[in-house]
Design a protein around this ligand. Structure first.
Ligand SMILES: Cc1ncc(COP(=O)(O)O)c(C=O)c1O
Length: 429
């Protein structure tokens, strides 16, 4: 970042040496790389004390903002009582009850630590329950970084349906044979693929709001009908949409109930916690007492049901349950997106904003973006340049990707953000 202090530069050099300069796939270019020191509400601060309005929010979990006082108090209380037990504890029982109250498909939940584990286990449970090996996912749908998920999620070219394009080297080729890929928002292709492969298909998994691409009217309903007709389980990956689109997530927002669903991000209140939810009859295949007498989907993890994540999640859900929370989240996002649309129109810049609820993504195209080929056809270099221009001007974002909005974003944040959007659009005009 221009103007970084010598101490900041030194820290970045140390990070380059010991961490390769990043924590995973999120890596900012060297000229705008920063090391963060703290977060408060809707803002983060780098080690030089420079302030950014945060639209990354830890990649989504901080739906009520950084270091919310209720979350901090709950975590401090629990930390003094013990941080992990590897067995039942009261906070996790309470969180499981809150999840089941909120989630339409949930009769039972299993807890893990990350979204990647949640989708891995949901797919394994589906295979164990149905006795079938294959799964179908959608091109451009992201379900974490397990071997089954990293198929046609991030490819640089369109998929030749239903043959997946692995998104990573190092994935065993055997996995590809059991993953089919369909086009998002294409009900006819979906119907044909499920009909053809029903005898080996355990489940269809989707993000009900795929990244920021809204489901076309009736598409999720078709998905539900087709999977039911052919005896295939439907899994909603609600790791982003859960408690974000509505308290009851995408299931409440879109009125479609899957067989299984995965949760992460918001349910841990900013701490690592994720869940698989579903009908008790299906979840029963993960019951360890079945070992040796019935098919068992083995599910385990050192930090499963962690009490710190549980109390942080409970505190977060309590805030979200308050009247007006979702109205506020939607209204702030609407002001940002309508403001940005107007700024682009004034400048004659073709721009499509996609998303629902408190998240959106900016595509530089004059076409509607309904599926992954549509994403690939947009000017992605310009979207990234726009994100980098926002970053350099004080918005903390994942350049070219989604903007996440929280309850902590203020009217003043919106005003400042729109001024930065205007400058950033001028920079990429
Ligand atoms: C829809 C979706 N599913 C799964 C994951 C993986 O979650 P995690 O990063 O916690 O492993 C993500 C992460 O961004 C996601 O957006």
């Amino acid at each position: 970042m221009p103007g970084r202090s010598e101490a900041h530069e030194r820290l970045l050099r140390r990070a380059a040496t010991v961490l390769g300069g990043c924590l995973g796939s999120f890596r900012l270019p060297d000229d705008v790389a920063i090391v963060l020191a703290r977060g408060a509400g809707s803002h983060v601060y780098d080690v030089d004390g420079r302030e950014y309005i945060d639209y990354l929010l830890g990649s989504g979990p901080l739906l009520i903002g950084h270091a919310h006082p209720a979350v901090v108090a709950a975590v401090q209380r629990q930390a003094a009582l013990g941080s992990t037990f590897y067995t039942l504890n009261e906070p996790i029982v309470e969180l499981a009850e809150r999840l089941i109250e909120a989630i339409p498909c949930a009769e039972q939940v299993k807890l893990v630590s990350t979204g990647t584990e949640a989708t891995l286990h949901a797919l394994r449970i589906a295979r164990a329950y149905t006795g079938k090996p294959a799964v179908l996912k959608f091109e451009g749908g992201f379900h974490g970084v397990n071997d089954y998920a990293l198929m046609s999620a991030l490819a640089a070219r369109p998929t030749d349906y239903p043959t997946p394009i692995p998104d990573s080297a190092g994935i065993p080729s055997a996995v590809e044979a059991d993953v089919l890929v369909a086009r998002w928002n294409d009900p006819d292709l979906l119907d044909a693929l499920v009909a053809t492969h029903a005898d080996r298909l355990a489940a269809v998994i989707c993000e009900p709001l795929q990244r920021a691409l809204v489901p076309a009217p009736g598409f999720l309903r078709t998905l539900r009908e087709v999977t039911e007709r052919y005896g295939v389980l439907l899994i909603f990956d609600e790791i982003v949409t859960g408690f974000r689109l509505a308290y009851g997530g995408a299931q409440e927002r879109y009125g479609v109930v899957p067989d299984l669903a995965t949760y992460g991000k918001a349910i841990g209140g900013g701490y690592p916690l994720a869940a698989i939810a579903g009908r008790a009859e299906i979840m029963a295949v993960a019951d360890p007492t079945r070992r040796g007498r019935a098919p068992l989907a083995h599910l385990g993890g050192t930090f499963n049901g962690n009490p710190i994540g549980a109390v942080a999640g409970l505190a977060t859900l309590e805030v979200l349950r308050q009247p007006g929370s979702y109205e506020r989240l939607y209204a702030v996002t609407e002001r940002l997106t309508s403001g940005l649309r107007a700024l682009a129109a004034e400048r004659g810049i073709p721009l499509t904003i996609s998303g629902d609820g408190p998240l959106f993504q900016v595509f530089f195209t004059d076409q509607p973006v309904a599926d992954y080929p549509g994403v690939l056809a947009s000017d992605r270099a310009r979207a990234r340049a726009f994100g980098l221009a926002c970053l350099a001007r004080g918005l903390f974002v994942n350049p070219g990707e989604k903007f996440y909005v929280s309850l902590a974003h203020t009217d003043a944040d919106v005003e400042r953000t729109l001024a930065i959007f205007a400058d950033a659009l001028d920079a990429v005009a």
